[in-house]
Design a protein around this ligand. Structure first.
Ligand code: FO1
Ligand code: CA
Length: 337
């Protein structure tokens, strides 16, 4: 059994070749939900959906989000109607009165659907609409995700990190904003001062997640701050990771990153934007997978390979390195119980 902790791009890229090494029927993926937003009333779970669409063989692997070849008829019409009505475009938070009962903090991830600021494909939207309707009927996000996973024919188990809402809020020189507003609307431009996981003090990992965290864990090459940070901000997660073998694949090569906003976010929360910073962010990791060209020396066991992942062959190579690192982790640090 093995459990992957996944954000939106790095870990799904690793999963794209991991089945050559890790049996899918013995693999669980815990996906970050701190990036989730309610857009026009529909709950969008980008990191869950990237793994869902990947496992279903329909992910757009040019962008690593959304469904390959999806149309955008509804999205385009929403833009046209907003333009015709002379309405403001861009993210607009909805206030308290728009909240769904019991989903506190919703205002921080709840955006108007007028000229929606994220591009939502038509088939993608069907997932959000189904998810939201089932939640409204009282299903948990875990149950909804299991049902969607069946519909997409996933070979692995896919779990949202929590059934409770957590919103990743980026505090910047231009004010506090939701991660999606910072990343999609503002293209990571404002200067990051602090990152907050709103709701994480009261959110709990589900029993399914707690059980998955008793297996050996691979932290994929995801963003330590916004992909893994929301998970470890919940009570009990860091402790669970301390008592199981954990391997982390660095998303950095020294101080370079293959893609995404990790450097600015790492610096913003006070870590070095480097592999050394990743090691500091992951005190629970027993071993690391680092790139051949990464000069970083760590005090924990390291397995080196070429960590650039462009295709399934690359992914399988990094997965083999993670498997080798797990053997090291099991012998040095992790308690297999
Ligand atoms: N990323 C973008 O850069 N632009 C978009 O318009 C966009 C839309 C979108 C819709 C659904 C979805 O699941 C993801 C989407 N993403 C988009 C990706 C997402 O913003 C982030 O890359 C992840 O949250 C990072 O993990
Ligand atoms: Ca450990």
């Amino acid at each position: 059994m093995v459990t992957f902790l996944a954000g939106g791009t790095g870990t799904p890229k690793l999963l794209n070749g991991a089945e050559a090494v890790f049996d899918p029927s013995a693999t669980t993926v815990v996906a970050n939900t701190g990036d989730d937003v309610e857009l026009g009333g529909h709950l969008v779970c980008p990191d869950v959906d990237t793994v869902l669409f990947h496992g279903g063989g329909v992910l757009d692997t040019d962008t690593w989000w959304g469904i390959d070849g999806d149309t955008t008829a509804t999205h385009d019409e929403l833009q046209r109607l907003a333009d015709a009505a002379g309405l403001d475009v861009g993210p607009q938070y909805l206030g308290d009165d728009a909240q769904t009962a019991g989903r506190e903090i919703a205002e921080w991830r709840r955006f108007s659907g007028v000229a929606e600021f994220m591009q939502i494909g038509d088939r993608d939207r069907a997932v959000h609409l189904t998810r939201t309707s089932l939640l409204d009927e009282g299903w948990s996000l875990t149950e909804v995700t299991r049902t969607l996973a069946e519909a997409f024919g996933l070979g692995i188990d896919l779990l949202p990190m929590s059934d409770d809402p957590v919103a990743t809020i980026v505090h910047t020189d231009e004010g506090a904003m939701h991660f999606q507003e910072y990343w999609v609307h503002r293209r990571g431009d404002p200067e990051v001062q602090e990152v907050e996981f709103r709701g994480a003090e009261t959110a709990t990992p589900t029993p399914e997640v707690r059980s998955a965290l008793s297996d050996p864990v691979v932290v994929g090459p995801s963003n330590p701050v916004t992909s893994i940070g929301p998970m470890t901000a919940m009570a009990g997660v860091a402790e669970a990771l301390e008592s199981t073998p954990v391997v982390a694949v660095s998303p950095f090569v020294g101080s370079e990153v293959f893609s995404g906003p990790a450097p600015a976010l790492m610096r913003g929360v006070g870590y070095d934007a480097s592999t050394a910073g990743v090691a500091a962010a992951y005190p629970f990791a027993d071993a690391f997978v680092l790139d051949d060209d990464d000069p970083t020396e760590l005090e924990r066991p390291v397995v080196r390979t070429d960590t650039r992942i462009d295709d399934e062959i690359d992914a399988a190579r990094v997965a083999r390195a993670a498997d080798a690192a797990l053997s090291e982790a099991t012998s040095v640090g992790g308690d297999t119980g």
